[in-house]
Design a protein around this ligand. Structure first.
Ligand SMILES: *[C@@H]1O[C@H](CO)[C@@H](O)[C@H](O)[C@H]1NC(C)=O
Ligand SMILES: *[C@@H]1O[C@H](CO)[C@@H](O)[C@H](O)[C@H]1NC(C)=O
Ligand SMILES: *[C@@H]1O[C@H](CO)[C@@H](O)[C@H](O)[C@H]1NC(C)=O
Ligand SMILES: *[C@@H]1O[C@H](CO)[C@@H](O)[C@H](O)[C@H]1NC(C)=O
Ligand SMILES: *[C@@H]1O[C@H](CO)[C@@H](O)[C@H](O)[C@H]1NC(C)=O
Ligand SMILES: CC(=O)N[C@H]1CO[C@H](CO)[C@@H](O)[C@@H]1O
Length: 309
């Protein structure tokens, strides 16, 4: 029966539905990374605005647009040569040793510093992990045009000692979990490493850094991305799936009933046909239905109280 043939694809769709949803949410990992890259470009532009006749080697705090309140940025202009031979003793939380080199040679470069503060989770969501410190960024750009926007990053590497990051006000890890350093490179790659000292991480490349601890409890929908909105969305997806499922079941039930009825009607029609052909019983139409009727009556009806002589 072709009804079964129809049922299989319908059921397949039903079971694939959650998988399709999961895929669509997974594909947003890269959109998160794209948002972070767009933020870097915006913050580069705003950090450069702090420069008014800048001295080299001096950090200048800059102002972020009001829609990003909570993020701190700074910029420091350096001669490439002095970065390589002298390093920077302390630039906010970063300690830059001798031997840090940018690979595509420029005369001067700018080190842009970012502290994402309460925006860390928004731009660098970490399912199953808790941030113990804000996400900090250190990125090098060319300094030849201080009004430039959308500058490409320079490729910065430490060839001697690594760059150290002092997360002085990191929270301590919740009981039972081990804190870890996390590094986000500029291409969306995430790497973990051990702390090199209490509240201290190290790196040989630029990017974004923080300290995290693994969450031990089963993951609750993380408020990182959209918070309430994404919770709401999830609720609606569940409600939608349930309602859709019930509607689908009702539809299937209806199909089954309809198929049965169809079968019955066909049987009836065949029986009627057989009756018409094989029996001399005549059918007369009474409304829509046919009823057997005789052409003449064999026994005349008599009234019981009729007078019989
Ligand atoms: C914040 O505002 C700036 C300038 O007003 C705008 O360019 C940027 O797209 C905004 N960013 C976000 C994340 O809303
Ligand atoms: C961070 O805090 C500031 C106020 O200090 C607030 O305006 C901003 O909306 C917060 N950002 C997020 C992502 O909650
Ligand atoms: C988070 O942990 C759960 C259970 O341990 C696991 O199934 C899930 O894949 C993890 N999520 C990520 C993004 O690693
Ligand atoms: C980290 O910074 C804090 C405060 O700025 C300072 O007291 C501490 O000595 C620093 N730690 C290291 C290892 O440099
Ligand atoms: C990190 O430290 C733990 C012990 O605390 C050690 O077992 C592990 O091998 C270390 N990992 C790396 C990458 O050094
Ligand atoms: C929840 C969420 O961030 N959804 C986004 C997934 O990515 C698409 C574009 O790729 C956005 O339109 C959604 O808002």
């Amino acid at each position: 029966m072709n009804f079964n043939a129809m049922l299989v694809p319908v059921l397949c769709l039903f079971f694939l539905f959650p998988a399709l949803l999961a895929q669509s949410s997974a594909s947003n990992a890269s959109s998160t990374s794209a948002a972070a890259r767009a933020l870097d470009a915006l913050l580069q532009n705003y950090a450069y605005r702090a420069f008014v006749r800048p001295k080299t080697g001096v950090p200048y705090d800059a102002v972020v647009p009001s829609n990003l309140t909570g993020i701190q940025i700074a910029a420091m202009r350096l001669r490439s040569g002095s970065l390589r031979t002298r390093g920077v003793k302390m630039y906010k939380e970063f300690e830059i040793p001798i031997g840090v080199v940018e690979r595509s040679y420029v005369e001067h470069l700018v080190l842009v510093y970012q502290n994402l503060g309460n925006w860390s989770l928004r731009y660098y969501s970490m399912p199953n992990y808790t941030y113990l410190a804000p996400v900090l960024g250190l990125i090098a750009y060319d300094a030849s045009d201080l009004s430039a926007k959308n500058l490409p990053e320079l490729d910065l590497r430490a060839f001697g000692d690594p760059i150290k990051i002092n997360f002085s006000d990191a929270e301590s890890a919740p009981g039972g979990s081990v804190p870890k350093c996390v590094w986000f490179d500029l291409h969306g790659l995430v790497k973990f490493s051990n702390l090199t000292a209490p509240n201290e991480c190290s790196t040989i490349q630029q990017g974004h850094f923080s300290i995290v601890a693994e969450t031990i409890s089963p993951p609750i929908p993380s408020p990182a991305r959209g918070g309430k909105e994404s919770n709401n969305r999830r609720t609606w997806i569940i409600v939608g799936s349930v309602v859709g499922g019930v509607a689908l079941l009702a539809f299937l039930g209806f199909l089954v009933l309809w198929a049965r009825k169809c079968k019955q009607r066909k049987k009836m029609q065949e029986m009627e046909k057989a009756a018409d052909v094989g029996e001399a019983l005549h059918m007369t139409s009474v409304g829509d239905t046919k009823a057997p009727s005789a052409t003449f009556t064999r026994t005349q009806p008599t009234l019981e109280n009729e007078y019989v002589p």
